[in-house]
Design a protein around this ligand. Structure first.
Ligand code: ATP
Length: 246
């Protein structure tokens, strides 16, 4: 797989019209790392991912200050297609698979922005089928017929089809039973082990802090805490507010 580069977010502010969703957020994803972003509803987690994947415009949002760069290159002015070409791929919250298309066609759609050509696409498909054999078994079924966990696998598989260097996951465990969430977590580790960096947004702080080396806590659009995941997992504030420990 292509080698990962470092993502640098500096002083990023984002607004949706008059709504200020992010204020001067700075964050790093070192090459090959898993970094987690925690925070409650409306903290700005999805907004951060949209700013990085250059999809804010589809949600009528705009960057009002700050920079996002990947591998030392400023993504200012880049569209979503260029972010994908640079190796940055987002799996949106709620999976958003194409329900009336087959599993195979969903995966093919994931290769549309890829730059590697047919051989790379074939290798990516083999890798996805190895990670998720169920997607090979169900290739001809409509994606809408899959279970929630299988749809999350398909959303992950679709994202892997373009051979991403940085995979951004928005709440991959949302709505999944604990066993299935654990299975997805294991897969995220396997994907990272092949050299892909991961930026993981989660309300499931326990799961995210287990996977990540570094974590950030967003609170009403600002970075309230950040540091090594093990340190955050031990902090009283994180334990009380995000891990449900009283
Ligand atoms: P959740 O987990 O609930 O999705 P989040 O941490 O991902 O929360 P965001 O979705 O990024 O938070 O939202 C941050 C803020 O921006 C919230 O106040 C939200 O209401 C607002 N917001 C998000 N999307 C839009 C939009 N398209 N138009 C207007 N305001 C928006």
């Amino acid at each position: 797989p292509p080698s990962a580069a470092a993502l640098e977010v500096r002083g990023l502010s984002v607004g949706y019209g008059p709504v200020r969703a992010l204020r001067e957020v700075s964050l790093d994803v070192p090459a090959g790392a898993v970094v987690a972003v925690l925070g409650g509803n409306g903290a700005g987690k999805s907004t951060l991912l949209r700013a990085i994947s250059r999809t804010l415009g589809y949600h009528r949002g705009a960057v009002t200050a700050g920079t996002v760069s990947y591998g030392g290159r400023d993504l200012h002015g880049a569209g979503a297609a260029r972010a994908v070409a640079a190796g940055i791929v987002q799996v949106p919250e709620g999976r958003q698979v194409f329900a009336r298309m087959t599993v195979a066609d969903n995966l093919r759609a994931g290769a549309l922005g890829a730059t590697g050509g047919r051989t790379a696409t074939r290798a990516a498909l083999a890798h996805v089928h190895e990670l998720f054999p169920v997607l090979a078994d169900r290739a001809r079924q409509h994606a809408g017929l899959l279970s929630g966990g299988e749809q999350q696998m398909l959303a992950l598989g679709r994202a892997l089809m373009s051979g991403p260097k940085l995979l951004m996951l928005d709440e991959p465990s949302l709505g999944l039973a604990p066993l299935m969430a654990a299975r997805i977590a294991e897969t995220i580790q396997q994907i990272n082990a092949t050299g892909t960096s991961v930026l993981l947004v989660e309300q499931n702080a326990a799961l995210a802090l287990r996977l990540a080396s570094t974590a950030y806590v967003l609170d009403v659009g600002e970075v309230a805490l950040h540091g090594p995941a093990a340190e955050l997992a031990a902090s009283d504030e994180v334990r009380r507010r995000y891990l449900g420990v009283v």
